[in-house]
Write a protein that binds this ligand. Structure first.
Ligand code: HEM
Length: 413
């Protein structure tokens, strides 16, 4: 069974560094980079990843202190050129200045203030209650069936449902939104083409534009209605801005959260002592959630563009340079975490940067924590034993990390 687990990914040695391209999805899916990150943190904490024939070079920042310094300063390091390698290397993102994550300055602050009201613990209370019911049902079904793909049959049913609740997507349309989302974003579907993905993305945007038009008529209390009824810098948001920001909740909050849930199941399988600690109460759900977030780090990096000549960690950075900060490395930084290579579900403090840091700190962090907490509590209370029954499949991405499939047998408590 061991060979199916992620731990058997090829370990890349630091002396291979010169041949590596950190933008290559295969590298992240198929290998274990922890030795490379450790080497970079120690010897070259701000590393230049050279240009290729088709893409410019970029800086890779690997120490926790430098990562948070870049995150903190959206004046020197803007998100408006794109906030992930995919768009930064392609020369920008057409939604810049309109979608929250790739907007900076006063417009970002105003848009964020509006959205924050929908993401407060109080506003999320009914959604979190529904997440808990969903988790309970999905685990019960998986236990009854005996075997399941934990990614497709359990994790996939949780975050998108919560986002549809937030956006007020009618029940009748949910299956449609779910299938469009997986065609638009499926990073582990070998059969889908770029054209299929583009069509599905356009259909999702049109669907949200339609919902936005309905919401302008009033009588609703969801995020779309909130955006439709708000002004930013004295002007109402147009339909494009509303649909882009709705779509961004799916982009930001669906696959990331799913990957951390699947990663949680794998982590418990691979660390029986920690599974035991969770079951007997030696580790509480709150600290376990934070450690799972650190351990899985579903968003490997964030990206910025330098707006001025500056420095990071003592290295000179020039105006216009692409600067990527690697959450995956910062979350293993031995300067911050004691024994970072160990999974410790009762770890405190736990200053991971899984949700970033500073002005763009993840808007959905409370919801994501509640979702992962519900899964951990469900596994603890409903499942007596788990066994892996087939090979797990990684997602292929330089941004997302984790498993797209994890066949398991779950035995009820
Ligand atoms: C921002 C990670 C769940 C919505 C971010 C950022 C990271 C992140 C790293 C910062 C990006 C940057 O600085 O460029 C994650 C992870 C999640 C998760 C790992 C799950 C484990 C969610 C959920 C939602 C969400 C559930 C909403 C339903 C957002 C939004 C932003 C954001 C809207 C932009 C915030 C801003 O720019 O002010 N997330 N996220 N995320 N996330 Fe999440």
């Amino acid at each position: 069974m061991e060979e199916n687990l992620m731990t058997t990914r090829r370990t890349i040695a630091p002396d291979e560094l010169d041949t590596l391209n950190l933008a290559d999805p295969r590298l992240h899916a198929e290998s274990d980079l922890s030795a490379v990150w450790r080497h970079l943190r120690e010897h070259e904490p701000v590393h230049w990843n050279p240009a290729t024939d088709s893409a410019p070079g970029f800086w890779a920042v690997t120490r926790h202190a430098d990562v948070t310094a870049v995150y903190r300063d959206s004046t020197r390091f803007t998100s408006e050129g794109g906030n992930v390698l995919e768009t930064l290397l392609a020369g920008g993102d057409s939604a810049a200045g309109r979608m929250l994550a790739i907007t900076d300055g006063p417009r970002h602050a105003a848009l964020r203030r509006i959205l924050l009201s929908a993401f407060s613990p109080r506003a999320l209370e009914p959604i979190v209650a529904s997440v808990r019911r969903t988790v309970e049902r999905l685990l019960r079904d998986a236990i009854d069936k005996g075997s399941c793909d934990f990614a497709a049959d359990v994790a996939a049913g949780i975050p998108l449902g919560a986002i549809c609740d937030l956006l007020g997507v009618p029940d009748a349309d949910r299956a449609h939104v779910l299938s469009l989302t997986s065609s638009a974003l499926g990073s582990h579907d070998a059969d889908s083409t770029a054209a299929d993905a583009w069509i599905a993305k356009s259909e999702i945007l049109l669907y949200f534009a339609g919902l936005a038009r309905d919401r302008r008529e009033g009588g609703h209390a969801d995020v779309i209605a909130l955006l439709a009824g708000s002004e930013v810098e004295g002007l109402p948001l147009d339909d494009d801005e509303i649909m882009l920001n709705c779509y961004s909740l799916i982009l930001g909050g669906d696959e990331t959260a799913r990957l951390s849930m699947v990663g949680a199941a794998l982590a418990l399988l691979e660390h029986p002592d920690q599974w035991q600690a969770l079951r007997n109460g030696d580790a509480g759900i709150d600290t376990a959630v934070e450690e799972i977030l650190r351990w899985t780090t579903p968003a490997l990096h964030s990206g910025r563009t330098a707006t001025t000549d500056t420095e990071v960690g003592g290295r000179a950075i020039r105006t216009g340079d692409i600067v990527t900060v690697w959450n995956a490395s910062a979350n293993q930084d031995e300067r911050i975490f004691e024994a970072p290579e160990r999974l410790l579900l009762n770890r405190t403090p736990n200053k991971h940067v899984t949700f970033a840091y500073g002005p763009h700190f993840c808007l959905g962090a409370y919801l994501a924590r509640a979702e992962i907490g519900a899964v951990l509590a469900g596994l603890r209370d409903q499942v007596a034993a788990m066994e892996q029954t087939g090979p797990a499949g990684p997602v292929y991405s330089n941004f997302l990390s984790g498993l797209g499939s994890l066949p398991l047998m779950l035995k009820g408590a």
